[in-house]
Design a binder for this molecule. Structure first.
Ligand SMILES: [Ca+2]
Ligand SMILES: [Ca+2]
Ligand SMILES: [Ca+2]
Ligand SMILES: [Ca+2]
Length: 340
């Protein structure tokens, strides 16, 4: 019997390794516990307060949600996850959750990994995703150094108390910070200052290191990713999709109709050099629609069903003709200005 033990340990290791989904660093289904279902074992190590109810987002339709009723200035609702290298996010991030608030009377914290370095305890560290006091708008903050410097971004849409709202933020270092409420884009901003000032402090859910407030409401299906999910995947999550089983979306399918074709190309072309969002053709999420996005689209053209009778080389030729027309158009405008 003792000879079997090493075999069993080895098997558990294998399960953990294959259970982890690429990009997903922590996932809390909150179906009766605060364990991490991502495969990274980022389970809560301390629950400050809260319980489980069966009132869940209708889009999910089953399981349970986490109920938190806290006090302003007290850390008495929410939970803590100990520091782990997978929770230190340097390049790109997504935080997605369902929230149902009872009020927006103060700042409420969805997830915060803070502070970093020598910054004060109320600084946002690696990341802080929260709900703004009074407005209910989503906010994202991160430190830009190990000291007291940070950047903050405020969404153009708010949560509605006593309603389940799906909320998400994506951030790309040197790219964009984008917010989503119920799957709809709610503001895209250029990422400003350094992102990725990591730390060894715990992840806090529902509260912050300085105990500014504890959550008042319900939360479900919190997931944290070390990649910026595209609009398609955010939409799937807002539709009740399981973070462990999200459908694949072609990154070049700008209008999300499961086909990369001339419609996507024309959208990109029309916003070339001026667009800033995914819907305008910023496929790689760096805040500008340019040749890099064009190459991604070109390499994916026809995926999901090319237009009938247009073989790939012909389609590619069309793409480059289109780009030439765009450049020519710009040059011609310049000449007209000189002549007049
Ligand atoms: Ca749940
Ligand atoms: Ca760390
Ligand atoms: Ca498309
Ligand atoms: Ca781009």
């Amino acid at each position: 019997m003792p000879r079997l033990i090493p075999v069993m340990v080895f098997s558990v290791g294998l399960v953990l390794a294959t259970g982890a989904r690429a990009g997903l660093v922590a996932y809390y289904p909150l179906d009766g516990d605060t364990d991490d279902a991502s495969g990274n074992a980022n389970d809560a190590t301390n629950v400050f307060g809260g319980g489980f109810i069966d009132d869940v987002p209708p889009q999910i339709g089953g399981g349970m949600a986490f109920e938190m009723f806290g006090t302003v200035g007290m850390m008495n609702a929410g939970f803590q996850v100990d520091d782990d290298p997978t929770l230190d996010i340097a390049d790109a991030l997504t935080i997605s959750a369902w929230v149902n608030m009872t009020d927006v009377n103060t700042f409420y914290f969805i997830a915060a990994k803070a502070p970093s370095g020598t910054a004060n305890i109320n600084f946002p560290g690696n990341y802080e995703f929260r709900i703004e006091q009074a407005t209910g708008n989503l906010q994202f903050l991160h430190q830009t150094s190990e000291g007291n410097t940070f950047s903050s971004y405020t969404a153009t849409a708010a949560v509605t108390p006593f309603e389940w709202n799906h909320v998400a933020v994506t951030a790309v270092a040197g790219g964009n910070v984008a917010f989503f409420v119920d799957g709809a884009q709610a503001g895209t901003f250029a990422q400003s200052g350094n992102f990725g000032v990591t730390n060894d402090n715990p992840l806090l859910v529902g509260t912050r290191a300085d105990s500014h407030s504890s959550f008042n409401g319900w939360m479900d299906d919190l997931s944290i990713w070390d990649e910026a999910l595209g609009v398609g995947k955010i939409g799937a999550l807002a539709g009740g999709g399981d973070p462990l089983n999200l459908p694949d979306f072609n990154p070049a399918d700008i209008n999300l109709d499961s086909m990369v074709d001339m419609i996507d190309y024309m959208t990109l072309r029309d916003n070339f050099g001026t667009g800033t969002t995914f819907a305008e053709g910023d496929i790689d999420g760096n805040g500008i629609v340019n040749g890099a996005d064009f190459r991604i689209l070109k390499n994916n053209f026809g995926v999901g069903g090319a237009p009938a009778g247009v073989p790939e080389p012909g389609a590619l030729a069309l793409l480059w003709v289109g780009a030439g027309t765009l450049l020519f158009g710009k040059r011609r405008r310049r000449v007209i200005v000189v002549v007049s």
